[in-house]
Design a protein around this ligand. Structure first.
Ligand code: C2E
Ligand code: CA
Ligand code: CA
Ligand code: CA
Length: 277
């Protein structure tokens, strides 16, 4: 046993080193990526479930690495969080997305809600709310059209701090949503406490529809109604899932069936009638 244990360790160490090296390299390169124009915000459309009207977008950060090509946010966001770079990246996403969404409206497009993902590290940064207000003021996007997406785990790290922070955000008119709802702990207890506007039902439940998952989503919809919250179902891929959600009275839907995340120019071309000067 000792022998095989040593063999396993010997095999494991070089791999770990390669992963650690890639991580360190990506962190270095990510630091330069903003200035080098390698980052972009892509937009995934969100639709009113009943009327099928386009009502909003979720901003999703994209990084095109000069050698490795597109790198998944699932890989680089954790690196950005651990290194603290997320503060700078997050501010860039917020500023860029507010400007792009406000620009579409000025060009004659519909008034859309903009949802932006937040990391814990960003919220703890002093001056965060001022940054948000600056992005809004600079772009002309009204506060009520910006929605910050927070995860359950982020909120549970420090409940009292989170409540105070959320109240300060809500006082500005900016909206709050719980992302990946149902995948964390204490989902029910905090609905009493946290001043939120919306729940996003996690894709893992939506993808069970229509054969399974009904009980959970019915419960989420009833809960949301009780607390006066709206519900977004994410990860809708099948027409049968959309149909089920419509009948169940879900408010908003998002997913590959209705539209993948798109570069701003592709989004504008597909969804907006943009007046050219
Ligand atoms: P998320 O916030 O849960 O975002 C939804 C993810 O699901 C996105 O992946 C989106 O492309 C994908 N998706 C949307 N519809 C479907 C569908 O119908 N089927 C499937 N299979 N997937 C779908 P993406 O863009 O790779 O982002 C992954 C995660 O990275 C996000 O998960 C979010 O947690 C994080 N992230 C992305 N952009 C940012 C950002 O600007 N800031 C922060 N803090 N995190 C971000
Ligand atoms: Ca999200
Ligand atoms: Ca999500
Ligand atoms: Ca997620």
């Amino acid at each position: 046993a000792k022998q095989s244990g040593r063999n396993r360790l010997a095999e494991f160490v070089p791999e770990m080193t390669a992963a650690t090296q890639r991580r360190a390299a990506l962190e270095r390169e990510l630091r330069r990526a903003i200035g080098a124009g390698q980052l972009a915000v892509h937009y995934q459309p969100q639709f009113d479930c009943a009327s099928e009207a386009l009502v909003g977008v979720e901003a999703l950060l994209r990084w095109r690495h000069p050698e490795h090509g597109p790198i998944s946010p699932a890989e680089f966001i954790p690196i950005a969080e651990e290194s603290g770079l997320i503060v700078q990246l997050g501010a860039w996403v917020l500023q860029r997305a507010c400007a792009e969404v406000a620009g579409w409206e000025r060009a004659g497009g519909p008034a859309l809600t903009l949802a932006v993902n937040m990391s814990a590290r960003q919220l703890r940064e002093p001056g965060f709310i001022e940054d948000v207000m600056r992005a809004l003021a600079g772009s002309g996007l009204p506060p009520g059209r910006l929605e910050l997406e927070l995860t359950e785990s982020l909120l549970m790290e420090d409940v009292e701090g989170a409540v105070a922070f959320m109240q300060a955000v809500r006082a500005t008119g900016v909206r709050l949503a719980i992302d990946d709802f149902g995948t964390g702990y204490s989902s029910l207890a905090y609905l009493q406490t946290f001043p939120i506007n919306q729940l996003k039902v996690d894709r893992s439940f939506v993808q069970l529809l229509p054969e399974r998952g009904e009980t959970i989503i019915h419960a989420v919809l009833a809960l949301a109604r009780g607390f006066g919250l709206t519900v977004v179902a994410e990860g809708v891929e099948e027409p049968a899932q959309l149909e089920w959600l419509r009948r169940a009275g879900c408010d908003v839907v998002q997913g590959y069936l209705l539209g993948k995340p798109m570069a701003p120019e592709d989004f504008a071309e597909r969804f907006l009638t943009v007046r050219t000067p």
